[in-house]
Design a protein around this ligand. Structure first.
Ligand SMILES: NC(=O)NCCC[C@H](N)C(=O)O
Length: 258
């Protein structure tokens, strides 16, 4: 039975100190970031999503990027063990939130590392990015948890961006979209559609043909509209300065059996 539950996490007081790896640090405006986050959450709600706030982790600058704290397949959550040590303190409250939604919970154990942003679901296929944040043991544990549930786990290289989902996401028909200079191996995906902008690679499927995406990707939005989809733009400039994108600001739980 489809569900439309999403976890979100309010930006904390140390947001501007968030990690940057592949881009230059630029100053973040915390007040603007909060307004942008509120508008993002409102778009989810306006499209029928029930949102639950994970308790704040105010010492963790990157906690707002809640997608990285777990992977959910059907009603089973696998808690991340973030590749960046300082982000590990984000996980306990995320566990509490997903347990409260009725998921059964597994966790990545040392020496494995895995960030939720490295896992892209397309139907029953879980693409996992083996890169800076997710190691081989994390990939192995992901397989061990989800393959018995019917998932097919496909590991792909990620070297040019932070996470797999910084490089690629998927349209409702399963076509994988990405900005070619940032995708290690477009041939890893059965159907790949190039987009003109980096942030045009990131869509959240709101339901029907609606695609939540960053306002910074107008040419990609035009391409998707031309394919019969309805882009819904949000300005997330302050999160983009911290290598965040529309996917990382929520965890969508689409297959909860309540
Ligand atoms: N899934 C994502 O792409 N998350 C973005 C995380 C950005 C954060 N500044 C980090 O480096 O971990």
């Amino acid at each position: 039975m489809p569900s439309k539950q999403a976890l979100v996490r309010r930006p904390g007081p140390r947001l501007a100190e968030g990690l940057v790896t592949h881009i230059e640090r630029r100053p973040v405006d915390p007040a603007l970031a909060l307004r942008q986050w509120e508008a993002y959450v409102q778009v989810l709600r306006d499209h029928g999503w029930h949102t639950t706030e994970v308790d704040p982790a105010d010492d963790c600058p990157d906690a707002v990027f809640v997608e990285d704290s777990m992977v959910v397949f059907r009603n089973v959550a696998l808690l991340a063990r973030p590749g960046a040590g300082p982000r590990r303190a984000e996980v306990p409250a995320a566990r509490a939130a997903v347990e409260a939604l009725g998921c059964s919970v597994n966790e990545i154990r040392a020496p494995g590392t895995l960030d939720g942003g490295d896992v892209l679901k397309v139907g029953d296929t879980l693409y996992v990015g083996r890169g800076g944040r997710t190691n081989a043991d994390g990939v192995r544990q992901l397989r061990a948890v989800f393959e018995p549930l019917g998932a097919r786990v496909v590991a792909v290289p990620v070297s040019r961006v932070l996470h797999l989902k910084s490089a690629v996401t998927a349209l409702p028909d399963g076509t994988v979209i990405g900005h070619p200079p940032l995708v290690d191996d477009p041939a890893a995906f059965p159907r790949f559609l190039p987009v003109a902008e980096e942030s045009g690679s990131h869509v959240v499927l709101l339901g029907g043909g609606k695609l939540l995406m960053a306002a910074s990707a107008p040419r990609s939005a035009e391409l998707f509209a031309d394919l019969g989809y309805q882009p819904v733009g949000v300005d997330i400039s302050e999160f983009e300065k911290l290598e965040g994108c529309v996917t990382c600001l929520s965890v969508r739980l689409r297959e909860l059996y309540a």
